[in-house]
Design a protein around this ligand. Structure first.
Ligand SMILES: Cc1cc2nc3c(=O)[nH]c(=O)nc-3n(C[C@H](O)[C@H](O)[C@H](O)COP(=O)(O)OP(=O)(O)OC[C@H]3O[C@@H](n4cnc5c(N)ncnc54)[C@H](O)[C@@H]3O)c2cc1C
Length: 421
């Protein structure tokens, strides 16, 4: 593959939102370039090891479908797991990250998408109804033009580089470095003794409480879940390379403290790290200032936006900035929030969209909207809008909603308000 000088659509960031956006644009017939800084598609779900996509279902009702659901189902089939037909009491659904990433590559290439890893945008300018994007590749800068750009970096990096306003909260949720560990039998460990030893180590300054838990229960959850989503790391400014570097280094420092502590405990002498995710999972950085902002009231009341492009269904889930605990609030019975097109469009921008956790939203609403299934659904909506915009020369804000919804329906997405949804 060679990067071409011109595309209909450029998607920046290939996480849950960006990979779906690129596949949707490609399947709609747009020439599409997907620019990803890592070496794998899937973002937080694959590279940061958070492979429990939530929520495709609201109880028995499927609320998110389309390309994200298709890839999830293919992963289930490929790995011999049953395809769920409802939440079956388990809204977080396990998904093999390695196979999902490989199937995502395949789907992107089948859709004709040019995928370039190890690349990031360096500059974005808009003139003559087209974007010019400078991409920093391993061999230098390359200049590419596109009819529409989708920022799916999670951090609104492209929108920020293009000069549009971002919302930077005073505090952000902590990050988490996931790993896999073994070398012990959880059923034979003395949890009370381990908690006491951890409290002593924390008092002695050898360990931070958040190195082993964000629940305040000592190393129990970490050991029972074999390192999945166990610690909390402060993550201010993780949208920048410098801020992100600080989080990654602190994550591995925390890992070393935890490792040294656990290996000294009875039953954990052979404790070992089998797998370390290549990067920490980031819950929150910045959001765009959008043409519409999803407020927490709108989210929790299940506001039906006129320009709704997809559903989202997840409780408020704000991991607290001081490191311990969660501000969690379930949605009331029967509430099914929607995501409006306007929350994916940076204010004052043209032919520029976002998809994923940096959508325009208040903090508590964002703590729910950021999960993987709504990100996939937003990605598909953004991909469809970008494809239609590039094809017709119409800004995404001016596209008839019926055209957007028709394309989404054609590609299997679930549209708010449809009787089948
Ligand atoms: C610890 C933790 C636990 C979570 N638990 C769950 C859970 O159980 N279930 C659930 O559904 N959700 C969970 N979430 C939330 C969810 O995983 C993320 O919010 C979601 O994956 C975000 O998707 P995204 O596509 O917006 O961003 P990401 O998945 O972060 O994807 C962004 C992509 O863009 C790339 N990128 C970033 N910057 C650039 C750049 N400048 N240039 C090029 N590429 C770039 C990244 O490498 C990445 O591939 C959790 C999150 C965390 C951190």
């Amino acid at each position: 593959m060679q990067i071409q000088p011109k595309y209909d659509v450029i998607v920046i960031g290939g996480g849950t939102a960006g990979l779906v956006a690129a596949i949707q644009a490609g399947r709609a017939g747009s020439t599409t370039l997907l620019v990803e800084k890592n070496a794998m598609l899937g973002g937080t779900m694959t590279v940061a090891g958070i492979n429990r996509p939530a929520f495709f279902f609201a109880g028995d009702r499927q609320v998110i479908g389309g390309i994200g659901w298709e890839l999830f189902c293919k992963t289930c089939v490929e790995t011999g797991r049953p395809v769920p037909t409802s939440a079956e009491g388990k809204h977080h659904m396990y998904c093999d990250a390695a196979i999902f990433a490989a199937l995502a590559d395949e789907a992107a290439l089948d859709a004709g998408v040019d995928v370039v890893f190890h690349a990031m945008p360096a500059a974005l300018t808009f003139a003559d109804r087209a974007w010019t994007v400078q991409i920093c590749t391993k061999t230098g800068l390359q200049t590419v033009r596109a009819g529409a750009v989708i920022d799916a970096t999670g951090d609104a990096n492209a929108v920020g580089i293009a000069g549009f306003e971002l919302e930077r909260p005073d505090v952000v949720q902590p990050a988490t470095l996931t790993f896999g560990c073994s070398g012990y039998d959880p059923d034979s460990l003395d949890w009370a003794a381990l908690k006491k030893a951890a409290d002593d180590a924390i008092a002695a300054g050898e360990l931070l409480t958040t190195d082993i838990s964000w629940r305040g229960d000592g190393p129990r959850a970490l050991l029972q879940k074999h390192g999945h989503n166990a610690n909390h790391l402060r993550a201010p400014q993780a949208q920048t390379s410098e801020g992100r570097s600080a989080v990654e280094i602190e994550g591995r420092r925390a890992l070393l403290r935890m490792y040294r502590f656990l290996r000294k405990q009875p039953g954990l002498e052979d404790f070992r790290i089998d797998r370390l995710c290549a990067e920490a999972g980031i819950r929150e950085t910045v959001t765009i200032k959008g043409k519409t902002t999803v407020t927490t009231d709108d989210y929790e009341s299940g506001k039906f936006y006129e320009d709704a492009v997809c559903y989202a269904f997840y409780p408020i889930d704000e991991h607290l900035n001081d490191g311990m605990g969660i501000n969690a609030r379930p949605l009331k019975e029967g509430v099914l929030p929607t995501i409006p097109r306007g929350a994916l469009l940076p204010a004052d921008s043209r032919f520029l969209l976002v998809a994923g956790r940096c959508l325009s939203s208040e903090r508590e609403a964002n703590s729910a909207l950021r999960v993987e299934c709504p990100c996939m659904a937003m990605g598909q909506a953004a991909g469809a809008m970008a494809a239609l915009s590039a094809r017709t020369g119409t800004d995404p804000e001016e596209l008839p909603m019926e055209d957007i919804r028709a394309m989404l329906r054609e590609h299997g997405a679930i549209i708010p308000g449809d009787s089948t949804a």
